[in-house]
Design a protein around this ligand. Sequence first.
Ligand code: 13P
Length: 231
Amino acid sequence: MIFAANFKMNHTRASTRTYMIELAKQMKYKKAEDRVIVFPPATALDSYDGDFAVGAQDAYTATSGAYTGEIGVEQLKEFGINSILVGHSERREILRETQEVVATKFQFFKTQGFEIIYCIGEPLEVREQGHDAVMEYLLAQFDGVDIEYDNSIIAYEPIWAIGSGRSANADEISSTHSAIKAAINRPLLYGGSVKPDNIKEIIGIKDVDGVLVGGASLKVNSFMELVRCAC
Ligand code: 13P
């Protein structure tokens, strides 16, 4: 199982350091084969000790250069960072990243050899149209993306389940995950209101290879409840 923590625009450099020190201590409770990846905000990227990886929530498609406000590969390599989220719905919807931009990012970080956690997810109005509409929407989010890239992980995060407290139900996750896997055979995470009281059910669903967690990852003990649940 993969347990990924997306802090989004939460935590400072100082509070992230405290978190990582505690997380490192608690890694003895995870299963040896399970993986933990933490995506802190850009200002808290650093080299942290512990049996977990650190990834970037976003970066620009260049190594370095005249791109005011951005960070690129040079800034990530300073800390040995080799994992990145691409296509998160908040970047697509709020930061207006088009499918073309997302696909360009995927391609760039693929050529850099990064592990890419590629996020897809449908809005509520599409979910309400049923499974076929959902799959059509989700598969269109792979336009221009090399689904064969073997250092990629897919994260299915229905937009209506993110931060809403209402996770997708087991049937929705199961049918959507098996259809995604049938089309694209990569490790597949579920994200959207994953928390201690639904983790057991979610990771028990066939075709769920892990979770991408926002709110419930912000406190190390709550995140560790999720990780320990797999043990
Ligand atoms: P929540 O766990 O807060 O719903 O966020 C999910 C998410 O967007 C992780 O990337």
